[in-house]
Design a protein around this ligand. Sequence first.
Ligand code: PMP
Ligand code: GLN
Length: 384
Amino acid sequence: MSTPHVPSRLPQVGTTIFSVMSQLAQTHGAINLSQGFPDFAPPPLMLSRVAHHMATGSNQYAMMHGAPSLRVAIAEKVARLYGANYDVEREITVTAGATEAIFCAIAACVRPGDEVIVFAPVYDAYIPAILLNGGTPILAKLAAPDYRPNFSELRQLLTPRTRMMIINSPHNPTGSVWSAGDMAQLAVLLADTDAVVVSDEVYEHVVFDAATHVSVMHFPALRERSFVVSSFGKTYHITGWKIAYCLAPESLMAELRKTHQFVVFSVSHPMQLAIADFMRDAPEFADDLASFYQQKRDHLRAELADSRFRLLPCAGTYFQLVDYSAISEMTDLEFAHWLTKEHGVASIPISVFSPQGSDLRLVRLCFAKDSETLANAGARLRKI
Ligand code: PMP
Ligand code: GLN
């Protein structure tokens, strides 16, 4: 008896960089500024509501599309923030993280031969999901240092086979954000097409310098062709709970749910109820998140101001790109390994988000960390 040989569906894909770098940080006892997660606790009220719902018996399956109280809280939130009305029964689904929502949206829409436009640097979960569903990823370029969308390039990339475009603002890993003008241009660009949009807005509450998040939901012409995805992990410091949501017009959502119900069926019940309670009882938490993270961004930037790292702009997310070309000629992958092993700070090399390759000397640092962590990392990075 031997194990059958199964040709890989994803021959070019290895283990995600987030696992690789977090593991390396652990092995070397390094400060982990690589994988994006907070090193501080979620709000105590959130935790006490989980305990409450577990103790009072909400330990069985939640509804397939999400606990009603959570879907109501989501509907109220997006109506308040974006003036968008989504039907609680038919147009909102609670998912196992944004990752599952994005996968299911792609599985719902993309068939062999379809083209999906993504922007490089591209978050690493998108392309494997497109490939698994037989689609062809088409790369639009976001160019350093501002990483703005280039609409004349986009116009040329659109074809009759374009089934989907995946956008992500605020953008991981670059920290760039789309303006209202960008969204308006996108609406015009797609007007006569059959392309759907997946709008990955997981950092919707983390936009800096008094700017406000621009959502596809602000633009009815985009909203009607979009799956909008957000993640409670980012908003409430609970990345490990893996709970997020997706919004879409009824016909698109019906298709997404056909996949969602057979991938996970439903998502942790007591946690959904706790998030719903928290959204109702502490709506200001999400509103305050931008200033909370802006202080952390500014702290990290101040730590590095006198270092040999050059800071790129950061308009949103909890990631800071730094250019190390004054320090080393190494590739970013080599540099990130070296930095972890020799200087005890783990980062993310950003060439892994550029399928066409990148020779930029850039790594990403996560600043969703408490002050002591940022100060310790700063002290180590200034010595290099
Ligand atoms: N999209 C982006 C841009 C992200 O940064 C992340 C996670 N950091 C995700 C999707 C996945 O979110 P989740 O952990 O909720 O699956
Ligand atoms: N999105 C997080 C990051 O960018 C990581 C999520 C994950 O590890 N899958 O670091």
